[in-house]
Design a protein around this ligand. Structure first.
Ligand code: BYC
Ligand code: FE
Ligand code: FE
Length: 473
């Protein structure tokens, strides 16, 4: 069961061949996916041979498989983690009953919506990152970008499979629409805010993979808890891919910080920008931006959608089984930060309503670990600067704080003052132009790195840093 059959047109470990109708439907969708990849996938990359990892099975050993592939030939497929014998529902009103192998009619619409929202983010991120190959800081980084892109493409396949296999005709229609929306498009945008923002440069990419892919981690974790077992198994396998995306994010940011600090140490009387590296103030503004748009991805602080999903058993909490409570939460409360009559207050609300907020808190704690790591690097160079996450209410577009104006330290202000200060806190066009000016072209010669980023401590798959990870045409 765990090994993946690559001799089929659509590699899979779900015995697709035994369901001809489904197989035909997916084979019908496949060319549209390939067209989408051609139009919206990494620009100008079709002839490159990329040292990619491809899953051969869904257990740990299955990841050891690296080799050169042209991306259009990548074998996107359908891989579910092994079923867990006798798995039971771990939360909500059906707690303790066996998990579902089919979608219960009453939850069909809600489940489909979650799967569509999840699926929509995957191609969106590929679209957002489409041009970054043309300004990569090294051959090594180019390979990592492409690895992420093909895996996000596969994450789309993961959701498409569920839509086709379990949601009939409306599932197929949703699957088609997932290839029709476009990140940032005025008429047919992607569903969630952050996925319509641009990822115009590599600092933005590392912020995105550090923060927004980490939203992916937490959302996928809560979907692995789902009573709908095929969704749980799909997400469990996706999480093994996600780890690399976040690795690219945190190590990318660490290398940027390291390089800036090295250069500042060596030239104590000069400005970072004169020296062609990213100044930490700009770095902080990028962090403020990406953190705040990613917080929005968790939805409203108090959400009836989230309460209903939890009660139904379709979306749980992060590491549900390790939480010590009744896993039903009918009578539980939780303090949530709200804005009432001009001030922040902690208010007790029903724990069910605060499910999104809880996941956001888990996410923030995880992000804090990464920030601490970056600050340790800064301190090791004795540079006077401390990166800080902005206040949760800063620059929010969704939820409790979307209508108010709050500075990064939580200061309450009017709209006009906020607008005046905006570019102290968020990247300005000038900041973005400066960052882009550091990245005029792709650096692809193995072992060479742009001036603004330190080389990684080690290569991929135990290869040397100057290994030719991408063979250009
Ligand atoms: N932008 O009760 P509310 C990833 C909508 S990332 C626009 O506040 P709910 C990846 C919401 O849809 C993980 N709209 O929130 C990372 C609802 O609209 P409807 C992606 C938003 O429903 C990097 C209304 O506001 N996966 O995988 O509890 C690269 C009120 O909703 C936003 C998931 O998100 C927003 N930010 O929670 C590649 C998991 N926020 O339905 C990939 C699946 C809310 O009333 N999705 N709205 O028209 C979910 O669990 C939930 O849909 C959300 C929202 C957590 C997103
Ligand atoms: Fe993904
Ligand atoms: Fe990802």
């Amino acid at each position: 069961m765990s090994s993946i059959n690559y001799s089929e047109r659509i590699p899979n470990n779900v015995d697709l061949a035994s369901d001809r109708r489904l197989q035909r439907a997916l084979e019908h969708w496949q060319p549209a996916f390939v067209d989408w990849w051609h139009d919206m996938g990494p620009a100008g990359s079709a002839a490159h041979e990329v040292y990619l990892r491809t899953a051969t099975s869904v257990d740990r050993k299955g990841w050891a498989n690296f080799g050169y592939t042209r991306m259009p030939d990548y074998r996107w497929g359908i891989f579910l983690a092994e079923p867990e014998a006798e798995r039971r529902i771990g939360f909500g009103e059906h707690s303790g009953k066996p998990v579902w192998q089919q979608v219960p009619g009453e939850y069909r619409a809600a489940l489909r919506r979650l799967i569509v929202v999840q699926g929509d983010t995957e191609p969106a991120s590929v679209e957002q990152q489409r041009h970054l190959g043309q300004t990569c800081p090294s051959n090594y980084d180019l390979r990592n970008l492409f690895q992420i892109n093909v895996e996000e493409g596969r994450h789309l396949w993961a959701m498409i499979y569920l839509l086709h296999a379990y949601f009939g005709r409306d599932g197929r229609e949703e699957a088609d629409m997932l290839l029709e929306r476009r990140s940032g498009d005025a008429d047919r945008p992607r569903i969630l805010g952050a996925f319509n923002e641009r990822t115009p440069d590599w600092l933005a990419l590392f912020m995105f993979t550090f923060l927004t892919d980490r939203d992916g981690k937490f959302q996928l974790h809560s979907l692995t808890e789902s009573a709908f077992d095929p969704l749980s198994r799909t997400c469990r396998f996706m999480l093994t891919e996600e780890a690399h995306h976040m690795f690219v994010g945190i190590t990318g940011l660490a290398r940027v910080v390291q390089r800036t600090c090295e250069v500042m140490r060596d030239h104590p009387n000069r400005q970072a920008r004169e020296l062609g590296v990213i100044d930490l103030a700009t770095f902080q503004r990028y962090l403020n931006f990406h953190f705040s748009v990613t917080l929005d991805l968790f939805g409203s602080e108090v959400s009836t959608n989230a309460a209903a999903s939890y009660t139904a058993g379709i979306k749980g909490r992060y590491q549900e089984a390790q939480i010590e409570d009744d896993h039903r939460l009918v009578d539980s409360v939780r303090p949530v930060l709200r804005f009432k009559e001009g001030a922040f207050v902690h208010e007790e609300v029903s724990a069910l309503g605060a499910i999104n907020e809880r996941l956001r808190d888990d996410f923030i704690a995880d992000v804090e670990n990464g920030i601490a790591r970056l600050n340790r690097i800064i301190r090791s160079f004795q540079v006077e600067f401390e990166l800080r996450l902005p206040h949760v209410a800063f620059n929010r577009k969704i939820g409790e704080f979307s209508e108010i104006h709050i500075g990064p330290s939580g200061e309450v202000m009017d709209a006009e003052s906020w607008q005046r200060k905006r570019y102290h806190w968020l990247p300005s066009e000038e900041d973005r132009d400066y960052v882009r000016s550091l990245m005029p072209c792709a650096i692809t010669e193995p072992g060479h790195f742009a001036n603004w980023i330190a080389p990684p401590p080690r290569g991929i798959d135990q290869r040397p840093i100057d290994f030719e990870y991408v063979r250009l045409d």
